[in-house]
Design a protein around this ligand. Structure first.
Ligand SMILES: [Zn+2]
Length: 274
């Protein structure tokens, strides 16, 4: 028997012995939940060249926001939350990038963190947008938070109760600021201000004991929030981004951009931790 015949015979025998591959039935994609109940997004504001406010003793706001987020993270992780942060390094992100990360992840809560040397206590802001009773099929990017206002107001109430319970002074306000207005999750912005202590020198926002006290109160509020608040109704869809480039026909003359730039695709989320 020639070698060639042996090979052909061997291949033929093998192909006869090989069972026909079975075509697996297509598996339907799992429906995505409206929100991930155990996922919390922290957005430490500023970063990189955007230093935020210059605080006393040459401290930069961008470092304080990062420090407070770092204190909140382990407390929530211990309580079984998964944490996602828009940054855990000195990175600079636009507000649209921050909102993009949050809206893509569908967390149960979004906390935007700022710090200031003016005023005292903890300032809590919710969006000043009018509440929209039901989520429409599409959400305009600039007012995406409108559909979540009732939830955000319940959230700020929960946070306020916890801070009050911890005997931390607080101020509640509403303000239309980015990325708060662009978020589709229940969202609150927290601005840490110095803590009065009965002396002419209040505790600074850099005081580690003060930061820890605030972090513990916020964590307690979110644990309570998870227990007492049902998930919101499924959102219609992600917010529509203005001026999507692919929607413009190539032949069309260049139009002056009248809308804010589209939010770029969210970068790989950093700092995901159990
Ligand atoms: Zn700030």
């Amino acid at each position: 028997m020639t070698l060639a015949f042996c090979v052909v015979a061997s291949l033929t025998a093998r192909s006869q012995a090989t069972p026909q591959p079975q075509i697996a039935a297509p598996v339907p994609p799992k429906p995505q939940p409206a929100v991930y109940r155990n996922l919390v997004l922290l957005d430490p504001a500023h970063g990189g060249a955007d230093t935020g406010a210059q605080l006393p003793n040459s401290v930069l706001e961008k470092d304080v926001t990062l420090a407070l987020a770092a204190r909140i993270r382990p407390l929530l992780a211990t309580a079984g939350f998964t944490l996602l942060t828009t940054r855990d390094t000195d990175a600079e992100l636009t507000t649209d990038q921050r909102a993009g990360i949050a809206n893509h992840a569908r967390p149960t809560v979004c906390l935007v963190i700022h710090a200031t040397s003016s005023g005292t206590g903890v300032h809590l802001f919710t969006s000043a947008l009018d509440a929209r009773p039901t989520a429409p099929r599409t959400l305009p990017w600039d007012t995406a938070q409108a559909a979540s206002i009732p939830q955000s107001l319940r959230l700020v109430n929960e946070l306020g109760l916890a801070l009050d319970h911890a005997k931390l002074p607080l101020i509640l306000s509403r303000a239309s600021v980015r990325p708060l207005d662009n978020l589709t999750c229940p969202a609150v912005a927290i601005e840490l201000a110095p803590l009065p202590n009965g002396t002419s020198r209040p505790f600074a926002v850099t005081d580690s004991a003060y930061q820890q006290q605030v972090a513990q109160a916020l964590a307690a509020a979110l644990i309570s929030w998870r227990t007492h608040n049902p998930p919101p109704p499924p959102p219609a869809s992600r917010p529509i981004l203005p001026a999507a480039p692919q929607a413009i026909p190539p032949a069309q003359p260049k139009a002056a951009p009248s809308a804010p730039p589209p939010a770029p695709a969210p970068p790989t989320p950093k700092g995901a931790a159990k």
